[in-house]
Design a protein around this ligand. Structure first.
Ligand code: 5GP
Ligand code: ZN
Length: 120
């Protein structure tokens, strides 16, 4: 796993535990954690344990792992409505150059948003 990570990438450091994060779930190939600056309560990021800047640079085995983990988290956390976003490159608003999917809850305030992020 470590061979696919780089030394000076923020998200590679989070995967290695060198920078703390609130982990939601992980598999052998993917990692899910809460966004430090959430756009809504429960905003999570799902990232591959493979350093690549762009979605299209991900190997097939990592591609095949990351979306099922995003789905598992969405189902298990009781999300109703949400955005699933993925930005590629600065012009597309990507700030951290390590592939990541945003899961941004969009539940209505009257639903009393309480996302029960499980430890999967
Ligand atoms: P982007 O704009 O690249 O698609 O999104 C990057 C996301 O990473 C942002 O939503 C930002 O809040 C989040 N982020 C940046 N640095 C950290 C960090 O150190 N920890 C966590 N948990 N999230 C981060
Ligand atoms: Zn990285």
């Amino acid at each position: 796993m470590a061979t696919h990570l780089t030394d000076n990438c923020l998200f590679c450091k989070i995967i290695r535990g060198e920078i703390p994060s609130h982990k939601v779930a992980e598999t052998e190939k993917s990692f899910c954690f809460l966004d430090i600056n959430p756009l809504s309560e429960g905003h999570a990021l799902v990232i591959p344990k493979y350093h690549a800047e762009f979605f299209h640079q991900l190997p097939e085995d990592h591609l095949a792992d990351i979306l099922p983990l995003a789905k598992k988290v969405a189902v298990a956390s009781g999300l109703k409505e949400y955005n699933l976003l993925q930005n590629n490159g600065p012009m597309a608003h990507q700030v951290v150059p390590h592939v990541h999917f945003h899961i941004i809850p969009k539940n209505k305030p009257e639903d009393g948003l309480k996302i029960g992020w499980p430890q999967l």
